[in-house]
Write a protein of this length. Structure first.
Length: 253
């Protein structure tokens, strides 16, 4: 069982920021100033714990990555740039592809497991989460919806996170490569977005990789509006000098 490490940044008795990490994943942060990012990096480096990377709003992530390099010698590599969207007014297209939405059930376990693995491969995610367990959890809570053709064949899926503080996030959205461009991902996203609103979510959110303009365009057409941009960095040991003293501070090589 993985243990999440979390902490708050407190100044004059007021919580100003929060960071958390669930090993072996990257550090996640709320916004920090460059000075705060440097102080945090110095503190984490002094603990001698491994840190494979950071994910935060663009400016914070970049400041932490640069500070981590200064304090440890680790080389930051930009892994992904993504945009956070919030649903405004849901705007379905005039015509959806033929078929219907359906919540995934026990009979879909093999399909969900396969698609989870393929989705992880597409986004370059480390295989730290067991796909079978992932599927079981989402089937039990009804948090993945298929779009299926009239003959009952699943052609796309969209999942959602549990509601926290009135917010539900759409994730993941996946369509096999040979089935893309037919409106299936949009249809699945509409289904889960409607369900999230019906469940009482005050905010429905999703992230989109900025390297895929097709997805970003789709979500905006459906009524999602940009909130802010995020950056994800991976850390690796410097190649030009020995890392033995710093190795525990660097990500996997």
């Amino acid at each position: 069982m993985r243990t999440r490490h979390s902490s708050n940044w407190v100044r004059e008795g007021e919580v100003r920021a929060t960071f958390f990490r669930t090993p072996p994943h990257r550090l996640n942060l709320t916004p920090l100033s460059p000075e705060e990012a440097d102080t945090l990096a110095a503190h984490l480096a002094s603990l001698g714990r491994p840190l494979p990377g950071v994910s935060a709003d663009h400016d914070t992530a970049t400041a932490v990555a640069e500070a981590w390099q200064r304090h440890t010698g680790a080389t930051p590599t930009l892994h992904e740039r993504k945009r956070l969207y919030r649903l405004g007014t849901l705007t379905p297209p005039e015509a959806l592809p033929e078929g219907r939405g359906r919540v995934a059930g026990e009979q879909d376990r093999e399909q969900l497991t396969l698609w989870r693995r393929k989705f992880a491969a597409v986004i370059g995610e480390h295989a730290s989460t067991d796909a079978d367990s992932w599927a079981d959890t989402r089937i039990a809570s009804g948090r993945v919806t298929f779009w299926e053709t009239p003959d009952g064949t699943p052609v796309s899926m969209a999942g959602v996170t549990p509601m926290v503080a009135g917010q539900i996030r759409v994730a993941p959205v996946y369509t096999p490569a040979h089935l893309r461009g037919r409106g299936y991902a949009g249809a699945a996203t509409i289904e889960v977005s409607r369900a999230a609103l019906a469940a009482g979510a005050a905010h429905v959110l999703l992230f989109a990789d900025l390297a895929t303009p097709t997805s970003n365009g789709l979500y905006q057409r459906l009524g999602y509006r940009p909130v802010t941009d995020f950056a994800v960095y991976d850390f690796e040991c410097a190649q030009m000098r020995p890392c033995s003293a710093k190795q525990v501070l660097c990500g996997p090589r």
